[in-house]
Design a binder for this molecule. Structure first.
Ligand code: NAD
Length: 511
């Protein structure tokens, strides 16, 4: 969970625009006069403000969504898929425009922003094929003259609450599936980088989506609580830190809603002695420092078997020396962190690790950066001999800090991974098929990479972790996504046949 103190300490006097909500197919200011700053993290300045909705604003948005849901559920499959196809084409054609928004508010470098958009578009493509996934089943003549079939119908209004680190991709994990399935959506994106959500909603309108089917309400806890408690919100999809995910799951469940709440992570990468160490070092650097480590599937801990640990660390360190941290538009490898408060918190973990006896091999606080001196910079950091008792090991740091824990072998490493409260992603690097197969069976984690460092499943599988990385039974997108956003009906039918008349109070049996 990122610290929100930045919001309270902003005293900027500069005149900046305020981003409105998007409700009923248009920008909407709502009634609340509360706002929050949106930073340009590469410059360390407030570049705009964003409205923070009141409970009454949320109620107005849900009411619009409810009206829209009543007619959208009757739109034909052809119409719903048609909107998704058009949306896919528009986003694809304008992905540079969206990438610029992501870089400007999140800070991630342009190539990474384009990667985020590409992975989001995959889910739109999945939604283009919703007819196949939701078509149900038909059993003819289950009893003489009787057929049984199943239907999938939308829920109505659903809420999506998303984190700062993927301002486009995470909303795209959910709303294309929810809308293709016939629901109306209220999306509450992160208040730290909110503009991508408005951009996506405006493009959905351009693609032919009727007004009110996709709404964006900006806000903080007040808006989230209003969604969790609103009687007309039928389901909540949440992605964010574990403490908030747990709160969302418990609160929305207590209000009778379907909930899927994806939480935080601490992802381990196991490097066995027979691994290709160059491939493994490339993977550790890419997965540890891409997006400045602000990814829920980032590798934050490498478990290196003692016999190869020194060689592996040397290779990682050599590669880190070539990385350029800086402004996302300048062809750098890694951008700034999201806020100054978060940067300081991440940097603080380097001191914690050192105080707990770890070796700081590369300290990102000393690394050069290519950008404004006021940007929220922290270079890549490598910490060796990290004790598993340190808070720097246990906590989700969510920054460019890669730790190495030395292990005696496979069993030792497996015990460490399975001892973690998180179970989002993990990876094994080895050339031994037997070891990899054992790992995939024995590790208590939802998404596993075998010689693949960031195993985010493609859209036609589903995304989600185990343990404190996912609360609720449904993962994101894929078949899980369509199950989550629809409810099934089973119909048993018999057409009039006089031979079936007569009274029989016994439980129906098949003839
Ligand atoms: P966060 O939990 O601080 O915020 C997520 C959302 O919850 C935001 O929309 C925010 O406005 C809202 N929120 C924050 N505090 C709240 C409160 N007290 N009550 C109600 N709502 C509140 O997370 P973040 O810092 O934006 O994102 C980073 C976190 O998200 C990391 O922990 C990361 O691992 C996690 N994440 C997980 C996945 C996954 O798939 N498991 C994917 C991306 C990010």
């Amino acid at each position: 969970m990122t610290d929100t103190t930045a919001i309270e300490t902003d005293t900027s006097e500069r005149a900046v625009d305020t981003l409105d909500h998007w409700v009923g197919g248009a920008s909407w200011a709502g009634d609340s006069d509360r706002t929050a700053p949106v930073y340009d993290p590469a410059r360390g300045v407030v570049q705009r403000r964003v409205r923070l909705a009141s409970a009454a604003d949320v109620d107005a948005a849900v009411s619009d969504a409810r009206t829209a849901a009543e007619s959208w559920r009757d739109a034909s499959i052809a119409k719903r898929q048609g909107v998704m196809f058009a949306f896919r084409e528009l986003v694809n054609a304008r992905r540079e425009e969206l990438a610029a928004i992501l870089t400007s508010e999140h800070g991630k470098v342009t190539s990474d922003a384009l990667g985020e958009i590409a992975r989001g578009i995959e889910v739109v493509e999945l939604a283009c094929g919703m007819a196949t996934i939701t078509k149900g089943a038909y059993s003819e003549n289950v009893s003489t003259g009787v057929d049984v079939y199943s239907l999938r119908q939308p829920l109505g209004v659903v809420a999506i609450i998303s984190p700062f680190n993927f301002p486009a991709m995470v909303p795209l994990w959910f709303f294309p599936v929810a809308i293709a399935a016939g629901n109306a959506v209220v999306l509450k994106p992160s208040e730290k980088d909110p503009s991508a959500a408005n951009w996506l909603a405006a493009v959905m309108k351009e693609a032919g989506l009727p007004d009110g089917v996709l709404n964006v309400v900006h806000g903080d806890k007040e808006a989230v609580d209003a969604l969790l408690e609103h009687p007309d919100v039928r389901a909540v999809s949440f992605v964010g830190s574990t403490p908030i995910a747990k709160y969302i799951f418990e609160t929305a469940s207590a209000h009778g809603k379907r909930v899927q709440a994806l939480g935080g992570a601490k992802n381990h990468m196991l490097v066995l002695p027979d691994a290709d160490l160059d491939l493994a070092a490339d993977a550790a650097v890419n997965a540890g420092f891409g997006s400045a480590g602000e990814r829920c599937m980032a590798i934050s801990v490498v478990l290196a078997v003692d016999s190869i640990a020194d060689r592996f660390i040397e290779k990682v360190s050599e590669r880190m020396a070539t990385l350029r941290t800086g402004d996302g538009t300048r062809g750098c490898d890694m951008g700034p962190l999201i806020t100054g408060v978060h940067r300081d918190k991440v940097a603080g973990y380097i001191d914690i690790a050192a105080a707990d006896g770890a070796d700081v091999v590369r300290d990102g606080r000393d690394a050069p950066f290519d950008g404004d001196p006021d940007g929220f910079w922290l270079g890549p950091t490598l910490i060796d001999r990290m004790p598993t008792t340190s808070a720097a090991y246990r906590d989700e740091i969510f920054g460019p800090v890669l730790s190495v824990v030395r292990v005696s072998g496979y069993e030792d490493a497996l015990a460490i991974i399975n001892g973690s409260p998180y179970g989002n992603g993990t990876a094994i690097f080895t050339n031994d098929g037997g070891a990899a197969r054992r790992f995939q069976r024995e590790v208590q984690v939802g998404m596993i990479g075998i010689n693949v460092p960031i195993p985010v499943p493609v859209a036609y599988h589903s995304f989600g972790g185990w343990k404190d990385s996912l609360f609720g039974a449904s993962k994101a997108y894929g078949e899980h996504g369509f199950d989550f956003f629809t409810q099934e009906k089973a119909v048993t039918s018999r057409w009039l046949d006089p031979s079936h008349g007569g009274l029989n109070l016994g439980f129906p049996q098949h003839e």
